[in-house]
Write a protein that binds this ligand. Structure first.
Ligand code: FES
Length: 123
């Protein structure tokens, strides 16, 4: 038998737009620091070989950044701060209990008419 497969993938948006763009972006909100915080938390929790944290392009939830999505369960987290990484790793990835206070409302996911968007289209 080889190495076990990854159980979760965590995607952290590190997209950066022009300052003149009509939508905000996650990188200026600190998503690189967030990625390091996740890497550290996964290592500390002993989950390094079971959960993979990757940078992602725009997840189209820019008004809620920094954005993180966890697969395979498709749990979307918004406004995630480095100080939240440990809790997401411990509760969600370690114990299977998503961190409800950081979850994006279902009405925002994959919805062009999400009230946070002000009608702006992704660029
Ligand atoms: S720029 Fe991060 S979700 Fe769009």
């Amino acid at each position: 038998m080889g190495m076990p497969l990854y159980e979760h993938h965590l995607f952290i948006c590190t997209n950066e737009r022009d300052e003149s763009a009509s939508r905000p972006s996650c990188l200026p909100l600190g998503s690189k620091k967030l990625k390091s915080a996740f890497k550290d938390a996964l290592k500390d929790a002993g989950l390094k070989g079971r959960v993979r944290a990757n940078e992602a392009g725009c997840l189209d939830q820019c008004e809620h950044g920094p954005m993180v999505v966890v697969y395979p369960e498709a749990v979307w987290y918004g406004h995630v701060q480095p100080s939240d990484a440990e809790e997401i790793v411990r509760e969600h990835l370690g114990k299977g209990r998503p961190v409800e206070r950081l979850r994006l409302a279902e009405s925002c996911v994959n919805n062009d008419h999400c009230s946070h968007r002000n009608g702006a289209k992704a660029k």
